[in-house]
Write a protein that binds this ligand. Sequence first.
Ligand SMILES: Cc1cc2nc3c(=O)[nH]c(=O)nc-3n(C[C@H](O)[C@H](O)[C@H](O)COP(=O)(O)OP(=O)(O)OC[C@H]3O[C@@H](n4cnc5c(N)ncnc54)[C@H](O)[C@@H]3O)c2cc1C
Length: 453
Amino acid sequence: MTAIAELAAALAPGKVLTDPDVTDSYARDRTFLEPGKPLAVVLAETRDDVVAVLRWATGHRVPVVPRGAGTGLAGGATAVDGCVVLALHKMKAIRELSPADEIAVVEPGVITADLDRAAREHGLMYAPDPSSYEISTIGGNLATNAGGLRCVKYGVTRDSALGLEVVLADGRILNTGRRTMKGVTGYDLTGLFVGSEGTLGVITAATVRLRRAPSVYPATIAAEFTSLRDAAAAVAAIIAAGCQPSLLEMLDRATLKALDDWKNIGLEASTQAMLIAQADGADGPAVSERMSELCTANGASFVAVSSSQQEAEELIGIRRMGFQAVERLGKCLVEDVCVPRSALPYMIEKIEAIAVRHEVTITTAAHAGDGNLHPVFIFDQDLAEPPPNVWAAADEVFREALEMGGTLTGEHGVGLLKRRWLSMEAGPVSAEVHLGIKQLFDPLGILNPGKAV
Ligand SMILES: Cc1cc2nc3c(=O)[nH]c(=O)nc-3n(C[C@H](O)[C@H](O)[C@H](O)COP(=O)(O)OP(=O)(O)OC[C@H]3O[C@@H](n4cnc5c(N)ncnc54)[C@H](O)[C@@H]3O)c2cc1C
């Protein structure tokens, strides 16, 4: 019996796909990276399916690439030659939603926004909301420690993860964490697995924290600026003033122009940047007013406040479409640097100068309230990978961010794309510790090899 026949025999019919036309469609994420050729794709429907795949993979020394929805922007779910892509999107049960304990127990394939919608039926919300939340999975969010728009107030995915069920490389099942609000028994293994990008184990269930949803949908502020640097200065001022936004996003002119060309948003000729902000909670109106004042004081040419929930939601919707609009301009190398928030205006200046010096089109959108910038380097659609000037510009952006006390990736993960820069941020001792942990959980190196560490 061949190894693949053995795998197929261990699972119910139809779960192992080997037709290259089909397996290729599970091989890439949203990056330009050219994937390897998978041996097979497994459509897992239960934890036992995952156990069977990992036991088989350990026995045959076959690499396994876990995959949620494939919306990743770092190449984490990119197939490697001869691997099995372990697709988890069919494991999409919300097993439990407890309003009394404000928790939910979910399978990894649950779409992020579906969990949020289910929680809202009970006056709760699932706070982490990547812009991709209508298409990404909770498993992918956990594996990348995804951020999002509301994270400026409610924290990133790790802040909502209480406990995990993980299938280890050899098929053993590890339960981490708890379903209580507090708990310090043992090391924080939940924290370790969140953000481990499928390199330590496969997440098959998660207990996540829900929060009270605001009773009223907050008004949305849209502030226009004639300079991107001014918009960044307004963000720094809002944070320094102690305002607590529940959302504080920034879009540069290139992103707004791409949105305008696609969706006709009525962009003014003089607008170089826009801030979009919300403040929920009882003091929301006062915080919104203060944020509007600070925008004006920092050079906003126009500040508008939404007059209805529909208008407020439409503005947020525009922000969420920013990346899809930019993808229409060409192939994209998406960066994800995060800097201390006071450094935001300086980082903006650096990015603008780098774009000019290397003659590269860079669009920038930002979860600005977190200091998390997404400079997107656009290159020719016909090129397989970025030309040298794009790599050089990206390299400079990383160096500048690290120089300011920032980090290479605020939320997308290292994946394949940022490994070349990893040693710039993590020194040799950190690298040694990471490899020691990897060796402990995955001694044969079969879990998502070549990614993250
Ligand atoms: C339009 C758009 C907007 C985006 N906006 C944001 C944003 O605001 N914030 C943000 O953080 N990201 C954003 N992203 C990136 C992406 O959506 C996130 O990284 C998301 O968390 C990936 O989820 P996924 O289900 O698509 O995972 P995939 O892309 O399939 O996988 C991502 C990584 O997780 C691993 N993985 C997946 N499932 C599991 C599992 N069950 N167990 C172990 N490992 C697993 C994979 O191996 C891979 O390393 C955006 C992407 C797009 C296309």
